[in-house]
Design a binder for this molecule. Structure first.
Ligand code: C2O
Ligand code: CU
Length: 460
């Protein structure tokens, strides 16, 4: 795998040099809290934009793609009024935040022309890279695909340690897109089965931008905001040092040669540039079990699509004579959780041809409660993928610790809210139930969520 990556990298390097250098690296606009309050009015609205050299009308939050990055600190108040200027209902989900489901309500519907104000306090001791996107069942996939998303960064006192403070920080929102007639391409029946991918694989809305690093140590916050595309990330000639997962820091940096980011997942990595030059950040081929239709003697047959093509995401230019910072030795100790009171089993299955997706044999019904738990208790969830595709399993409101996936112990302890399951795998999760109320768990290939792979958790 290493060899084929290097060959692929060498190939695209030649291609890249022959072509003019890509656009410069754009960073989404940042809105910060001031005096403990982040107060913002945001419209969800169709917006004409210049995108990868084309004109296109996306759906955006506040006129930009991606939407603004909200930067807050623990205990800050967020007061966000969402104005729905779409021709259809929508709502917002605060992905990864352990806040009350009365605020982060996946069942709320904001009709066209109306507004809704979300107000909550950022939990104390929270840190990490989160995001917001629509969550109206049945409409999530087209709305997210069309551009409705933004990041939310919760800063931490750990950001002040020299090994992090002196690094150059960037946010990379990974989001693919397909355009048709100047608009996001509509979903085909195949898209509802596989989850929709686009041929434009964008970083912060730009196609293969160039990031000219000023410093030799970079801290990259990565967000996979794509409907269904997986990113098996690798940086040419450099390992990555994983320092944070979905919902916060690891206990110590973990060196990896590549990092898989499934839909909905986030990570923070340190990059330590050790020589001058231009390095490719790539998404290596990954097989998530998606199906394609093949015409065999006049009959349509479903056939595995096989691995994705490698994609260059970003050109990274190292500064002159780079001298990276030392790595932080320790990050954030993970708490020891109380003993679990119950073990649950959730089985994911597919009816591919009908594009219906199930948890424990049922499609989502907002009137049905699938699991009942008690606040302040810890549960073990065993999630089993009995389908043929990968499914990234996501739980709202209650971040968890991953114990094992596919029988292998998970490589680190940190708060997660998405865990990827390949076909046949079981994930074991330790889930502390935090906030009372009704919320949901689902597959974060959002087409699968829209087509049934979601359940209701009620915590009393
Ligand atoms: Cu980011 Cu329920 O999802
Ligand atoms: Cu799925």
């Amino acid at each position: 795998a290493r060899r084929s990556f290097l060959q692929a990298a060498a190939g695209s390097l030649v291609l890249g040099l022959a072509r003019a250098q890509g656009p410069s690296f754009p960073e989404p606009k940042v809105v910060r809290s001031q005096g403990g309050l982040l107060s913002l009015k945001l419209s969800a609205t169709p917006t004409p934009l210049a995108l990868a050299g084309q004109r296109a009308t996306l759906l955006t939050y506040g006129g930009s793609f991606p939407g603004p990055t909200l930067r807050v600190r623990p205990r800050d108040t967020v007061r966000l009024t969402l104005e729905n200027r779409l021709p259809e209902p929508t709502n917002l989900h605060w992905h990864g935040l352990p806040i009350s489901p009365k605020v982060d309500d996946p069942f709320l519907e904001i009709p066209p022309g109306e507004s809704w104000t979300y107000e909550f306090a950022v939990p104390k001791e929270l840190a990490g890279t989160f995001w917001y996107h629509p969550h109206l069942h049945g409409r999530v996939a087209p709305q997210l695909f069309a551009g409705l998303l933004g990041a939310l960064v919760v800063e931490s006192s750990l950001d002040a340690i020299p090994e992090l403070r002196e690094a150059e920080e960037h946010l990379l929102v990974l989001k693919d897109l397909a355009l048709q007639g100047g608009r996001p391409a509509p979903h085909t029946p195949m898209d509802w089965m596989n989850g929709k991918e686009g041929d434009l694989v964008l970083v912060n809305g730009a196609l293969r931008p160039t990031l000219v690093a000023q410093k030799a140590t970079l801290r990259l916050r990565l967000l996979n905001a794509s409907n269904a595309r997986y990113y098996r990330l690798a940086l040419q000639d450099h390992p990555l040092y994983l320092i944070a997962a979905d919902g916060g820091f690891l206990e110590e940096p973990l060196e990896v040669s590549e990092l898989l980011l499934a839909p909905g997942e986030r990570a923070e990595v340190l990059v330590r540039l050790r020589k001058e030059g231009r390095f490719l950040l790539q998404a290596l081929p990954y097989d998530r079990g998606a199906m394609g239709m093949m015409d065999m003697g006049g009959m349509a047959h479903a056939m595995p699509q096989g691995p994705s093509r490698p994609e260059t995401l970003l050109y990274l230019i190292a500064p002159k004579n780079p001298k990276p910072l030392p790595l932080p030795k320790a990050l954030s100790p993970f708490p020891t959780l109380p003993a679990p009171v119950v073990t649950r089993r959730l089985v994911l299955t597919e009816d591919m041809m009908a594009a219906r997706f199930f948890i424990n044999g049922q499609v989502f019904d907002h009137r049905r409660v699938d699991l009942k738990g008690q606040a302040q208790t810890v549960e073990v969830w065993e999630v089993e993928n009995q389908g043929d595709m990968d499914h990234p399993f996501h739980l709202h409101v209650h971040p968890f610790q991953v114990l094992s996936v596919g029988g292998r112990p998970f490589p680190y302890r940190a708060w997660k809210d998405v865990v990827n399951l390949k076909a046949g795998e079981v994930a074991r999760l330790l889930v502390p139930l935090r906030e009372k109320g009704r919320t949901v768990f689902h597959c974060h290939i959002v087409e699968h969520e829209d087509r049934g792979m979601m359940g209701v958790l009620e915590v009393g």
